[in-house]
Design a protein around this ligand. Structure first.
Ligand SMILES: [Zn+2]
Length: 126
């Protein structure tokens, strides 16, 4: 996002108030208690490798998996049908948490940028 320079103190204070509201909103995830499961849930379609299987003719085996990255490697976990809803929910909660965390980092940078502009506006030579 291109940083817009604001040129008067009251605009900067308004920007700061908006950022603080945004920060408070983004930090709401920290007050939740529901469990998080790292990773994305999706349907995987693959060939099993058996020479006479239907998957050779394009009828791929489909299964739901949870996928996450660990030490640079992609990990997969096969999901039993009875756990699908639960894991989807916990994974969504995890993704929500991570998005909020990223936004908090961004807001921090934006607040510092506004503070720098306020400092410049208020600064005088001795
Ligand atoms: Zn197969």
């Amino acid at each position: 996002m291109q940083k817009k320079k604001l040129h008067n103190l009251s605009q900067l204070r308004q920007a700061l108030r908006r950022l603080l509201q945004d920060l408070e909103h983004s930090l709401e995830v920290a007050f939740g208690r529901s469990p998080l499961v790292k990773g994305n849930v999706y349907e995987m379609a693959r060939k099993c490798g058996k020479p006479n299987c239907v998957c050779i003719r394009g009828q791929l085996h489909r299964s739901m998996v949870l996928s996450w990255s660990e030490e640079g490697k992609t990990r997969l976990f096969s999901i039993l049908p009875q756990r699908l809803g639960e894991l989807q929910e916990k994974s969504e909660e995890y993704l929500r948490f991570r998005r909020a965390r990223a936004r908090v980092t961004e807001i921090g940078r934006e607040i510092v940028a506004v503070l720098d502009q306020i400092e410049n506006l208020r600064r005088e030579e001795p």
